[in-house]
Design a protein around this ligand. Structure first.
Ligand SMILES: *[C@@H]1O[C@H](CO)[C@@H](O)[C@H](O)[C@H]1NC(C)=O
Ligand SMILES: *[C@@H]1O[C@H](CO)[C@@H](O)[C@H](O)[C@H]1NC(C)=O
Ligand SMILES: *[C@@H]1O[C@H](CO)[C@@H](O)[C@H](O)[C@H]1NC(C)=O
Ligand SMILES: *[C@@H]1O[C@H](CO)[C@@H](O)[C@H](O)[C@H]1NC(C)=O
Ligand SMILES: *[C@@H]1O[C@H](CO)[C@@H](O)[C@H](O)[C@H]1NC(C)=O
Ligand SMILES: *[C@@H]1O[C@H](CO)[C@@H](O)[C@H](O)[C@H]1NC(C)=O
Ligand SMILES: [Zn+2]
Length: 571
């Protein structure tokens, strides 16, 4: 098969009921003190607001709230996952595991509707506006993090929940400062202001610390370049020279920065909140590339968060709000990498199932809502690869044969080329060609029918993007999977829900069954927890949210996000 001939190629580039680990029956005395203190502080803060609220138009305090039953909300975001991703992944799983055609994903069983995703300034949203629609229940412009279309900070569900006594958490596989988690926990005019987002997340803004638990990547924005030989990592990029990791540790946070320390958390049974777990300098690797002795899975991160929040809120009147993101489904979409994407979706599906198991095993009323901010890649589960009438087929075996992403194999080729000692370019190309054939195509990607032309193309490619696009297209073409963009698309995305209480199930269906605007999902969660987002908006109006640097400087110095930085100019 020669992928150079086909016409549908996208040219160019971007540019079984298993129960979760049970909680220990007895808390050690230290932990009890912390838990009690958490609740105590919450009560103090609440008393303060109740007193402040007298006569103020911003504080409609409703005492029935306190007598309400205890609730947990687990909100899932599958970044960039459209309906086609589900079809792709379901068939892939049936194929690779030899399952019958009526075997579906965990998510499939809980589909209740779909969501329209446009932002205030475009029919095609980005993740910043998409997540702000959930967190603040309002439409805003692409690139906006927790601010409205006029760049005014808007109170989020996470913040309002914290102020009402809930514990709060964020679990992601990208940088914790990336758009989706940021929109719940920070307020900036542009998503690229990740240094400032990190400051808000550790509590440096009018509300103080509101996040009890963060697990993800993105360490780079928590320590400076000058500390890059530091124990924490090798890619610190903070511009202001501050080491936020040292700062939060001295303020009593527990910090976790590697697999050994993560394992000591005992899946959430040995956690002292607040917890900052930064498992990678940038993003956590794709599931297909993940080395489990270095990085935990999304399921492990999620179970750790659930157990930790559950245990800490055990003696409290309120439960918790946790946001879990399958963050890198989006990246696989941007890169047009179907082999990486199916593993990302499966990893997410396992995390969702673990949360269902958690809900089934707790007496606290718990709801799970899962949706996407948008679709990415314009994925289609079929592709015409010859001029003749299209075949009615796609080939999951191609994805099954591939054991690494285009991102990973691209880096491997670049690394190999960089380490070649020979001064003779053509000699080097010969070495690279041999490496690409044996190590990359045959071993990593399971492609045996490559053409000499394709191998030469890869060996002589001038940029990393060209290599990655070529590899991903060789896989997509052979699997007969189509992509229409390296960006996002406007297709409606699915809504899933689950709860452990029947009446609540009817309530969810009343509000979210069928086709809805994305902001209705945020509004529903806010109403469900009796939150007053307007109250929070009034409290955070003096948050620093605009960039100090010009947009130009921001683009020069701070950005390594390949897919979304251009959006900074979008408004
Ligand atoms: C408090 O909230 C409940 C339920 O949301 C509502 O029925 C009641 O009217 C509210 N009371 C006040 C004083 O706002
Ligand atoms: C799938 O189909 C088989 C055979 O008809 C049936 O026994 C099984 O219960 C079905 N499973 C599901 C999940 O519907
Ligand atoms: C619990 O965590 C502490 C550090 O916070 C660690 O010293 C201890 O070894 C952990 N316990 C277990 C059983 O891993
Ligand atoms: C995973 O990481 C460990 C620890 O760094 C290393 O020893 C091992 O070789 C790695 N496994 C793979 C498959 O790369
Ligand atoms: C998958 O790999 C096997 C074993 O290497 C090979 O025989 C088969 O042709 C491959 N299938 C596809 C569709 O690439
Ligand atoms: C924020 O709100 C307070 C109280 O309403 C007001 O006094 C203050 O001027 C506002 N600040 C800004 C920057 O709008
Ligand atoms: Zn994206």
């Amino acid at each position: 098969m020669n992928s150079n001939e086909h016409t549908t190629l996208l040219q160019g580039s971007n540019q079984r009921k298993k129960s979760h680990p049970s909680l220990p029956q007895v808390l050690n005395t230290n932990k009890k003190k912390i838990v009690t203190m958490t609740c105590f502080i919450v009560i103090l803060i609440m008393t303060f607001f109740i007193q402040m609220s007298d006569g103020s138009p911003f504080f409609h305090h409703n005492n029935t709230l306190h007598s309400n039953r205890k609730r947990n909300v687990i909100f899932f975001v599958t970044d960039g996952m459209g309906p086609a991703s589900l079809s792709l992944t379901r068939s892939f799983r049936q194929f690779t595991e030899g399952l019958p055609i009526n075997d579906t994903l965990n998510l499939d069983k809980h589909l209740i509707g779909n969501s329209r995703t446009r932002s205030s300034d475009s029919l095609v949203t980005d993740s910043a506006a998409g997540a702000t629609a959930f967190s603040c229940a309002l439409k805003t412009y692409n690139s906006a993090i927790g601010v409205n279309p006029y760049k005014q900070p808007c109170g989020t569900i996470l913040e309002a929940a914290k102020l009402d006594g809930y514990l709060t958490g964020l679990v992601v596989t990208t940088r914790i400062t990336d758009a989706t988690p940021a929109a719940f926990s920070a307020h900036t005019d542009f998503r690229v202001q990740e240094d400032l987002i990190a400051l808000h997340q550790i509590g440096e803004y009018p509300l103080g610390p509101v996040i009890d638990l963060m697990i993800g990547g993105g360490r780079t924005h928590f320590y400076p370049r000058s500390d890059s030989k530091h124990v924490y990592g090798t890619h610190g990029t903070r511009q202001d020279g501050r080491n936020l990791i040292d700062e939060v540790k001295s303020n009593g946070w527990q910090y976790v920065g590697n697999r050994d320390e993560f394992d000591q958390l005992k899946m959430g049974q040995n956690v002292s909140l607040p917890l900052l777990a930064l498992m990678a300098d940038f993003d956590i690797p794709f599931e297909i590339d993940r080395n489990s002795s270095i990085y935990p899975s999304l399921e492990e991160q999620t179970v750790t968060a659930l157990n930790a929040l559950n245990e800490a809120s055990k003696d409290c009147d309120q439960g918790f709000f946790l946001m879990v993101e399958g963050s890198r489904i989006d990246h696989a979409g941007h890169q047009n990498d179907p082999a990486a994407q199916v593993r990302e979706v499966l990893a997410f599906d396992r995390a969702f199932k673990a949360a269902m198991d958690f809900a089934d095993n707790t007496d606290v009323e718990t709801i799970l809502i899962s949706t996407s901010d948008h679709e990415t890649g314009g994925l289609t589960v079929a592709r015409q690869v010859t001029k003749e009438y299209p075949e009615y087929i796609w080939l999951p075996q191609v994805l099954a044969n591939s054991s690494h992403s285009g991102e990973y194999t691209k880096n491997k080729i670049i690394e190999f080329s960089r380490n070649l000692k020979d001064d003779d370019v053509e000699d080097n190309i010969k070495e690279i060609i041999k490496f690409i054939k044996k190590e990359i195509l045959e071993r990593d990607l399971g492609i045996l029918d490559y053409s000499q032309e394709d191998v030469e193309f890869l060996a002589r490619a001038k940029t990393a993007d060209v290599i990655q696009d070529k590899i991903n297209d060789m896989i997509s073409f052979r699997a007969q999977i189509g992509w229409t963009t390296h960006g996002h698309s406007a297709v409606d995305v699915n809504i899933y829900a689950y709860t452990n209480k029947k009446n609540t199930w009817y309530d969810i269906l009343d509000h979210l069954q069928g086709n809805h605007e994305n902001i209705e999902i945020g509004q529903y969660m806010s109403n469900y927890l009796n939150l007053d987002l307007g109250k929070v908006t009034a409290m955070i109006n003096e948050t620093k949210h605009s960039p100090e640097l010009s947009v130009k400087d921001l683009e020069k110095g701070l950005i390594y996000d390949d897919y979304h930085h251009k959006l900074i100019n979008n408004n």
